[in-house]
Design a binder for this molecule. Structure first.
Ligand SMILES: Nc1ncnc2c1ncn2[C@@H]1O[C@H](COP(=O)(O)OS(=O)(=O)O)[C@@H](OP(=O)(O)O)[C@H]1O
Length: 203
């Protein structure tokens, strides 16, 4: 980590921290007053997105429905598959709450980042104690990409969207498979809403 000078904020982004067992104690020993931000999205969509990403690296992968069930007859979900286990947010948060109080967390809605980037970025700036410099005027909705993009990134006069790997099409997955997965996540989602005091509206 670089040295943080007065008036500066040091940020570090590692998605796997949230799901890594030993991460909270390590972060705690480095800085117990750090602010923690977690971007979460519907775990069902997240699992399919995760699978879509792996598929680009390994096109011979079995289908989503082949991987998601431990037993497809009983509909038992394979929680040892990382695409499934990462979305059990309540379990991961429990591990972090052993070290950090809830007040040190901001949970960012992945869905709202797409539908209302200004609002969600407003929450981020407030949480970090920053002036709301990123506002409505920084975003536009790019119809081709199907996502919000930056009108004018810093140091450039041209608009910029996130890369091709962000917002890629998801493979078709049978509705009953998604339905079963949704049932699986429901109690964990409820627990997560209760723990965070935030309803993400995933049901
Ligand atoms: N503005 C904008 N542009 C493009 N994509 C956006 C944007 N905001 C959020 N998203 C969502 O970000 C998802 C990919 O982010 P990840 O952090 O999961 O990507 S990665 O794992 O690091 O590749 C990606 O998920 P997929 O749609 O499943 O590809 C997007 O839904």
């Amino acid at each position: 980590m670089p040295r943080t000078l007065d008036g500066q904020i040091t940020m570090e982004k590692t998605p796997s921290y949230f799901i890594t067992r030993e991460a909270p104690s390590r972060v705690f020993s480095m800085s117990r007053s750090t602010k923690l931000m977690v971007v979460v999205r519907d775990p069902v969509t997240r699992a399919v997105s995760d699978y879509a990403q792996t598929l680009t690296k390994n096109p011979g992968l079995p289908s989503f429905q082949n991987l998601v069930f431990k037993n497809s007859t009983t509909g038992l979900i394979d929680t040892s598959w990382s695409a499934v286990s990462i979305g059990i947010y309540a379990k991961h948060l429990e591990n972090w709450l052993r070290y950090f109080p809830l007040a040190q967390f901001l949970f960012v809605s992945g869905e709202k980042l797409v539908t209302d980037p200004t609002g969600e970025m407003g929450r981020v700036q407030d949480f970090l104690g920053l002036k709301r410099v990123v506002t409505n005027k920084h975003f536009y909705f790019n119809q081709t990409k199907g996502f919000p993009c930056l009108k004018k990134p810093e140091g450039s006069s041209r608009p910029r969207c996130l890369g091709k790997s962000k917002g890629r099409p998801h493979p078709h997955t049978p509705a009953e498979v998604l339905h079963r997965l949704r049932d699986f996540y429901r109690p964990f989602n409820m627990k997560f809403y209760q723990m965070t005091g935030q309803d993400f509206g995933w049901d």
